[in-house]
Design a protein around this ligand. Structure first.
Ligand code: MYA
Length: 424
């Protein structure tokens, strides 16, 4: 969660390598300088892309590194409601906050299940640390397998997420131990590359995106300090500015169904081919990531446009992750734009005005649907083709950035078009 500060939209960042105030000297990254990741200082040169370090499974330790006395390694059983609740509570109290500590992600079990039990998931990748005496869960890290294409090479990665250390155990170098453990587990499965995002600058981002926010419920966003009242404006002007129609406008738009999966995968694969870095979806993965699960709180919303010939010509999706408003214990319901694709982007001679018009129509409908779903704000990153609609759809630049990283893979900087799944 990041603050809306009404910054200049022309500053959209697409894939600029990290630079400036947040970067420590390489020597200050005591842990990261020992890892197979690109280091600062070699930017600018065009590098041969590929793995940095080649190993075999035989070389990998069969046992985890010992933890300091008083703590034990565990794997967490997310199919067990009690253990799921423990992960939820650890993250709810100790996971990512904005710089001013006003908001903290509140990943409810439905979202955690969606994110960490994707096709190919295994329990051994839900790695926890418990206090030996109290059995309290004090740290966690997880990964799911993701096939990613970087330019013309495709490989399997462990997509790492939900790294969290209890506030009382911070600064004790536990995070590197967790990272080494998820690396070891991956390596034993023959997975040598990693994929992750973070708000912090580490050696060395492959791409950097900025967060944009589009108010849906302005009074609530203002009330909790997310959206300031611009100088010279009045609350009612803001409410009017962000009002959306009651119904969608795109002809043929409807919720995605299971029978659409193959058509969506085909469309999305062709659309994502336009970008330098993107995940590859199997039908099973598309089903998991895009279709809401029955009988649980809805996490993901996906829509398609079906034309008169029953072809799926367009697709978009967004998911919801709540953020706790720390001062009053309420929650903001935050929509995140997920994947989208449109035939308008796939003509043989790229027609940018047509693509721009179509994306604006689709995202406008997405805003209508998100509002209907009672979501308070709609977030998007400066990636894919988002620069074509952010301004027109009244998104404002936030002060948060998201850095994308590859582990054990050297890649030249990528402008836009990265794995939006990693917004999680
Ligand atoms: S990003 C979300 C991370 N979580 C949070 O921000 C939640 C709130 N914060 C915390 O829980 C703690 O502050 C964390 C650090 C756990 C973040 N990614 O133990 P320490 C480096 C990577 O003393 P603590 C997400 O989940 C830091 O630069 N490294 O610090 C994706 C320093 O190293 P160096 C990080 O504050 C995670 C060292 O840790 C991060 O107690 C992807 C200090 O350790 C960070 N977000 O704990 C992980 N923050 O000395 C990498 C700090 O070198 C996966 N550090 O500067 C790599 C791929 C692995 C798979 C490979 C497969 C082959």
């Amino acid at each position: 969660a990041t603050m809306l500060k009404g910054m200049n939209l022309s500053e959209i960042m697409t894939g600029l390598a990290a630079s400036g105030k947040n970067v420590k000297d390489m020597g200050a990254y005591k842990f990261w300088q020992t890892q197979p990741v690109p280091q600062f200082g070699e930017e600018g040169k065009k590098l041969e892309e590929g793995p940095l370090k080649i190993q075999t499974v035989e070389e990998i330790d069969k046992e985890p590194q010992p933890l300091v006395a008083g703590f034990d390694w565990v794997t967490v059983d997310l199919t067990d409601d009690g253990e799921m609740k423990e992960v939820y509570e650890l993250l709810n109290g100790h996971y990512v906050e904005d710089d001013e500590a006003m908001f903290r992600f509140n990943y409810i079990p439905e979202v955690l299940r969606w994110a960490m039990m994707a096709p190919g998931w295994q329990r051994k990748y839900h790695i926890g640390v418990r206090a030996t005496e109290s059995r309290k869960l004090v740290a966690f890290i997880s990964a799911v397998p993701v096939n990613i294409r970087v330019r013309n090479k495709t490989f399997t990665t462990s997509e790492v997420n939900f790294l969290c250390v209890h506030k009382k155990l911070r600064g004790k170098r536990l995070a590197p131990v967790l990272i080494k453990e998820v690396t070891r587990i991956s390596n034993l499965d023959g997975v040598w590359q990693g994929l992750y995002t973070a708000g912090v600058v580490l050696p060395r981002p492959v791409s950097t995106c900025r967060y944009y926010h589009r108010a849906l419920n302005w009074p609530k966003l203002h009330g909790c300090g997310f959206s300031p009242l611009p100088a010279g404006s009045k609350p009612q002007y803001q409410v009017r500015k962000y009002a959306v129609p009651d119904g969608t406008a795109t002809k043929g738009l409807r919720p995605m169904r299971e029978t659409d999966v193959d058509a969506v995968v085909s469309l999305l694969t062709r659309y994502l081919a336009r970008f330098d870095m993107a995940p590859e979806f199997t039908a099973e993965e598309a089903k998991h990531w895009f279709l809401p699960k029955k009988d649980v709180k809805q996490v993901i919303w996906s829509y398609v446009v079906e034309d008169n010939n029953k072809n799926i010509t367009d697709f978009f999706s967004f998911f919801c992750v709540e953020s706790s408003i720390i001062k009053n214990n309420e929650v903001l319901r935050v929509a995140y734009l997920f994947y989208y694709a449109t035939e308008a982007g796939l003509t043989t001679t790229p027609d940018k005005p047509a693509l721009k018009a179509r994306l604006n129509a689709l995202i406008h409908d997405a805003l209508v649907l998100a509002k209907k779903a009672k979501l308070d704000v709609f977030n998007a990153l400066s990636l894919m083709d988002n620069g074509l609609f952010l301004e027109q759809q009244k998104f404002g630049g936030g002060d948060g950035q998201l850095h994308y990283y590859l582990f054990n893979y050297r890649a030249n900087p990528i402008a836009g078009g990265v794995n939006a799944k990693n917004q999680l």
